[in-house]
Design a protein around this ligand. Structure first.
Ligand SMILES: C[S@@+](CC[C@H](N)C(=O)[O-])C[C@H]1O[C@@H](n2cnc3c(N)ncnc32)[C@H](O)[C@@H]1O
Length: 470
């Protein structure tokens, strides 16, 4: 470790930035997060820099650099200067023992600027000694995904609480246990659910020694359509915090990689037509684990509230007095459309887009077929493959135009994704020709020609239809 990391107190200190372009603007943006007095020296400030100077309330000296400008400075940045000016600034700083950073010239730097994760009082600096800044930025992005912006305010609360904790709890393990619970346990969970009243209550309980039975919690988390990259940051964080994960069949395998290795995983996958764990049993599993003080994630494909029975689980948990929160996920109809680049609405053509299920209980779902058959209607059918014949008959019976386009996406966003294109008149044949078995979304009323990646399917379908006709 050649460079030793330290955190500098820049309160009432002066930072000098020499330069007038984008590099100077970038350093100014960084320094503006500190309480330092910032002085920018340049005969000409480009527009981006001028905006940053105004935003930061920095002082601009509009002329060439003079060595005396460094009088009283704590840090100096030389940004995008020509060699002669750079040498001047470097010499002035070195003579006065002032720490200097010359942008992109590591050999002229007495300090380097790290990649920074800024969460208020929690600051993480990542350095690669100048060797791999892109790696540093990648690590920063990972850490940012793990640390919600609210963690900074948790640290502020910790700072305000320190004297009270010192009065209430003995040194050693009582205090250590409190802080462990504060940052990683029940108090943190209470903060995530309700950073005000719920959090205060849980701190009061812990400090008064009021040993209530620890309650766990359940997060109903949407895992998206399969591709783990489509998880939200909040879903990733809930997975990382979970003691128990109760997951469905449609949760993509990569998604569980975000869970802690020691988290218990319970598969309650319901495959269509196969014996599965009943909804009542799933509710019981969630309640049992949360009542034992565990942080439970109920991980569901897509979004928990879209044909996911999230509402029923929520009601059962609320009735059992278990704290619940909900993390939305990208629902299949939205994700699959993006995957095949098929817009769900088109200005002037469809003013609504309906999301419906083909299955209700063990049979076909009933709908207002006349409304769905109207010209211009556009909709997506979940769980429609096994009921395709019924859906086709109902729509044709209600007078839908036979050439209304149909696009089908099976296993959308997964490596085994398949698509098929046809019309409502060919729906069952289109599914058979494409060997579509589900899980699939059937889009009706969306023109496949709007997509720029469905050409091959359109041609395959046309060729198949021709073969059948001849
Ligand atoms: C019980 S529903 C769950 C829907 C989920 N909650 C959502 O918001 O996407 C299951 C149906 O969603 C659709 N589905 C889920 N994931 C899919 C995917 N990756 N590709 C295509 N359809 C999918 C299929 O219609 C499947 O039968």
């Amino acid at each position: 470790m050649r460079y030793y990391p330290v955190f500098l107190d820049l309160e009432a200190k002066t930072v000098v930035i020499v330069g007038g372009g984008a590099e100077a603007a970038q350093k100014l943006r960084l320094m503006a997060k500190t309480p330092a007095r910032i002085v920018v020296i340049t005969p000409f400030a480009e527009r981006e820099l001028s905006t940053e100077i105004d935003a930061a309330g920095a002082c601009l000296i509009s002329r060439d650099f003079d060595a005396d400008d460094l009088h009283g400075a704590a840090l100096v940045f030389a940004c995008g200067l020509d060699e002669a000016d750079e040498a001047l600034v470097h010499a002035a700083a070195t003579e006065r023992n002032i720490q200097i950073n010359v942008v992109d010239k590591q050999d002229k730097c007495s300090f380097l600027t790290p990649s920074i994760v800024d969460r208020g009082s929690l600051t993480i600096a990542i350095g690669t000694e100048g060797a791999a800044p892109v790696l540093g930025q990648g690590i920063k992005a990972h850490l940012e995904a793990m640390l919600p912006p609210s963690i900074g305010s948790l640290v502020d609360k910790a700072s305000a609480l320190r004297p009270r904790v010192a009065r209430a709890l003995d040194k050693g393990s009582p205090r250590r246990d409190f802080w462990r619970s504060f940052f990683f346990g029940d108090i943190r969970s209470a903060f995530d659910r309700d950073p005000e009243a719920g959090f205060e209550q849980s701190v009061d309980d812990a400090l008064s020694g009021d040993k209530r039975e620890t309650t766990g919690s359940v997060s109903l988390v949407g895992a998206g359509p399969g591709d783990a990259d489509l998880l939200t940051l909040k879903a990733q964080r809930r997975l990382l915090d979970a003691d128990v994960i109760v997951y469905d069949r449609l949760v993509g395998p990569g998604v569980l990689e975000y869970a802690r290795r020691d988290a218990e995983r319970i598969d309650v996958g319901k495959a269509p037509g196969k014996l599965s764990v009943s909804q009542t049993r799933i509710n019981d599993i969630l309640i049992e684990h949360a009542s034992a003080g565990k942080r439970v994630v109920r991980l569901k494909g897509g979004d928990p509230y879209v044909f996911g029975r999230g509402g029923e689980e929520q009601a059962a948990l609320v009735a059992a007095g278990i704290p619940v929160d909900v993390v939305p996920g990208i629902t299949a109809a939205v994700a699959c459309a993006a995957e095949i680049r098929l817009p769900l609405t088109w200005r002037g053509e469809n003013r609504s887009f309906t999301v419906m299920t083909g299955t209700a209980g063990d049979g076909a779902a009933d709908h207002d077929w006349a409304a769905l058959a109207k010209p211009g209607a556009a909709f997506s059918i979940y769980m429609g493959v096994r009921q395709a014949g019924h859906i086709q008959r109902k729509l044709l019976g209600a007078g839908i135009a036979e050439d209304t386009p149909v696009v089908v996406v099976e296993n959308g966003t997964r490596p085994d994704q398949k698509t098929a294109v046809g019309t409502i008149a060919t729906l069952t044949r289109t599914l058979a020709l494409g060997a579509i078995k589900g899980p699939a979304i059937i889009y009706v009323g969306l023109d496949p020609a709007r997509s720029d990646v469905l050409d091959a399917q359109i041609e395959t379908q046309a060729a198949a239809e021709e073969r059948i006709a001849s």
